[in-house]
Design a protein around this ligand. Structure first.
Ligand SMILES: C[S@@+](CC[C@H](N)C(=O)[O-])C[C@H]1O[C@@H](n2cnc3c(N)ncnc32)[C@H](O)[C@@H]1O
Length: 210
């Protein structure tokens, strides 16, 4: 996906999230999650692949106001967070400061390789993008996660197994079996699909160090 297609897909998404953070500030609602508990439950799934007994670095794709850094900071990671919304990045810097331990930048691509790449919530809100360009965007982003991670990467998506009355047309409901198969064939033999944590979504962990 070329730069121009990326901005076509992501410009409305940027406006959507920028409005949320302006309205709700540095709360779970400010990144469009409905509770702090569910936000942390997602982090718990996504970070399962990290060996926290060793030093590690993380690229956080769509870092919002930097909550994942807050969740991990007791383990002293080298953390690189980036987000398409400048307002999000400003809030992250205000909340966690810009130190050598945690760096935040505006954008949709990592600027360094890291041990792990993590994406919580960047594949959900598609607004008016059709299924085909949105799927292409997801797969291109997975290529970037793979290329920029040394030990593994993880991401979550809303599930197509959601209850029909709860589903919304501006959200994208992915097929967990397709993505599991895709990651297993393309990236690594060691892939886990977590679809048992009580939210209308799933998490995929791709381990490259096994
Ligand atoms: C649902 S919020 C989650 C924020 C954070 N990951 C968390 O869980 O607290 C998704 C964030 O990703 C950003 N975003 C969406 N697509 C992105 C992309 N392709 N690259 C970088 N940031 C993106 C949005 O601006 C928003 O801040």
């Amino acid at each position: 996906m070329a730069g121009a297609s990326y901005s076509k897909v992501l410009a409305p998404v940027n406006r959507y999230y920028t409005e949320k953070i302006k309205l709700h500030g540095t709360t779970s609602l400010g990144v469009d999650w409905n509770s702090r508990e569910s936000q942390e439950l997602r982090f718990k799934q996504l970070t399962q692949m990290i060996d926290k007994s060793k030093k590690f670095s993380v690229n956080d794709f769509g870092c919002g106001y930097g909550s994942l850094y807050g969740f991990l900071k007791k383990h002293k990671p080298q953390y690189y967070g980036f987000d398409i919304s400048t307002e999000m990045v400003e809030k992250a810097k205000q909340t966690y400061g810009a130190s050598s331990q945690a760096q935040f930048k505006t954008g949709h691509k990592p600027w360094k390789k890291a041990d792990y790449g993590i994406a919580s919530g960047i594949f959900n809100v598609r607004l008016k993008s059709g299924n085909a360009p949105w799927k292409k965007y997801i797969l291109k982003t997975l290529d970037e996660m793979n290329a920029s991670s040394l030990k593994g990467f993880s991401f979550n998506c809303l599930t197509k197994y959601s209850d029909k009355p709860k589903m919304r047309p501006y959200l994208y409901y992915a097929d967990p079996l397709f993505l599991f198969d895709y990651c297993k064939k393309k990236y690594s033999k060691s892939v886990a699909l977590l679809h048992d944590y009580g939210l209308y979504e799933f998490t995929i962990l791709v381990r490259k160090d096994i």
